[in-house]
Design a protein around this ligand. Structure first.
Ligand code: CP
Ligand code: NVA
Length: 308
C-alpha cells in the first residue's frame, strides 16, 4: 500500500505502469454506460473517503465515479463540515479515518496538511490538489498527450501564465517522464526554484522565456491555467490579470508553435482570459479528453495505491 502524494515521489516505472493500466482499463470499458461496473471489481468491499477543503467538479466526480465503477464505495466529505475544520488535528483525523476507510483522497490548501494526513494514516493517501501541486491532473495530461501524439519523452511543453500548483506538477512530470518545459510568464509568477531545480537536476531543459512568442517556437504542447487560483486572494485579481494578459493563449500564439501542437487546460477555464474560445474549441484543443482522462488515470492510481 502506497501514498500518491506527488509525481516526483513516485518511481518512473510505477508512473508508467499506472498510465499503462489506465489506458488498458479505458479501452476495456469503451462504449459502456458510465455507471456500468468494470468486469473485474478491484475495489470490491473497499471504502474510499474523498475530502474536499476547496471546491471541485472534475476531481470530485471522477474519483467518485471511478471508485463505483471498480466496485468500491465512496464517502464525500467537506473539510468545513468535519471536526477537521473545528480544531481536531490532522493526525488525529488520519488515525480515526484509518479505522473506517481503506483509502483517503484529500484536496486541501497547505501541503503540510496532506503530508501530515499521510504520515498518520494507516491507509494510502492521494493528493487531490494542494496550493503547491496537482499530481493527478498531470497524470491525466500525460495520458492524453500520449493518446494523441505518442511518447511524451523528448517533447517540448510550454506553460503560459502563472507558475502555479499545476505548473509545479508539470515540472515534476518533466523530470520523471523525460520532456522539456519552457515557462513563459511574468517574473513575479515564476515557478518556485525548487521545482525548476528538480527538473534540471534530472537532466531536463527547463527554460524561462518572457516573450510568449519565442517561448512557443517548436512547442509540441501548450498549457494554460486560470490566472487566479483558489488559494490566491481575490484582491490580487486585477494585478494578476494586468501582468498575465500578454500570456493569453489565442490563435495567434498557437500559430507560432508546431502546426500539430496540442492545447491543454486542467479546467475550470475562464474563456477570453487565459485562453480564447477559438483555441479551447479549436482543432488543437484536447481539453475534453484531458478531463475524461482524470477518471481513467485516477482509477489506475487508486489500484496502484492499494496494490489491487
Ligand atoms: N482540474 C481540476 O482539478 O478540476 P476541479 O477543480 O473541478 O476538480
Ligand atoms: N491552479 C488552479 C487549478 C484548479 C484545478 C487552482 O489551484 O485553483
Amino acid at each position: 500500500m502506497t501514498d500518491f502524494l506527488d509525481i516526483h515521489k513516485t518511481d518512473p516505472a510505477d508512473l508508467r505502469q499506472i498510465l499503462d493500466q489506465a489506458s488498458a482499463m479505458k479501452t476495456a470499458r469503451a462504449g459502456r454506460l458510465r455507471g456500468a461496473p468494470d468486469d473485474d471489481q478491484p475495489l470490491k468491499d473497499r471504502m474510499v473517503a474523498l475530502i474536499f477543503e476547496k471546491p471541485s467538479t472534475r476531481t470530485r466526480v471522477s474519483f467518485d465515479v471511478g471508485v463505483r465503477q471498480m466496485g468500491g464505495q465512496t464517502m464525500l466529505l467537506s473539510g468545513a463540515e468535519m471536526q477537521l475544520g473545528h480544531g481536531e488535528t490532522i493526525a488525529d483525523t488520519a488515525r480515526v479515518l484509518s479505522r473506517y476507510v481503506d483509502l483517503i483522497m484529500i484536496r486541501t490548501f497547505d501541503e503540510s496538511v496532506l503530508l501530515e494526513m499521510a504520515e498518520y494514516s494507516d491507509v494510502p493517501v492521494i493528493n487531490g490538489l494542494t496550493d503547491r501541486t496537482h499530481p493527478c491532473q498531470i497524470m491525466a495530461d500525460v495520458l492524453t498527450f500520449e493518446e494523441h501524439r505518442g511518447p511524451i519523452d523528448g517533447k517540448k511543453v510550454v506553460w503560459s501564465g502563472d507558475g502555479n500548483n499545476v505548473c509545479a506538477s508539470f515540472l515534476h512530470a518533466a523530470a520523471q517522464f523525460g520532456f522539456d518545459l519552457t515557462f513563459t510568464g511574468p517574473s513575479q509568477l515564476d515557478p518556485e526554484d525548487e521545482f525548476v531545480g528538480l527538473a534540471r537536476r534530472a537532466g531536463r531543459t527547463i527554460t524561462i522565456e518572457r516573450d510568449p512568442y519565442k517561448a512557443v517556437q517548436d512547442a509540441d504542447l501548450i498549457v494554460a491555467d486560470t490566472w487566479v487560483s483558489m488559494h490566491d486572494s481575490q484582491s490580487t485579481k486585477e494585478r494578476r490579470h494586468n501582468m498575465l494578459r500578454p500570456y493569453q493563449v489565442n490563435e495567434d500564439l498557437m500559430a507560432h508553435a508546431k502546426p500539430d501542437a496540442l492545447f491543454m487546460h486542467c479546467l475550470p477555464a475562464h474563456r477570453e482570459e487565459e485562453v480564447t474560445s477559438a483555441v479551447m474549441d479549436g482543432p488543437q484543443s484536447v481539453i475534453w479528453d484531458e478531463a475524461e482522462n482524470r477518471l481513467h488515470a485516477q482509477k489506475a492510481i487508486m489500484r496502484w495505491c492499494l496494490g489491487v
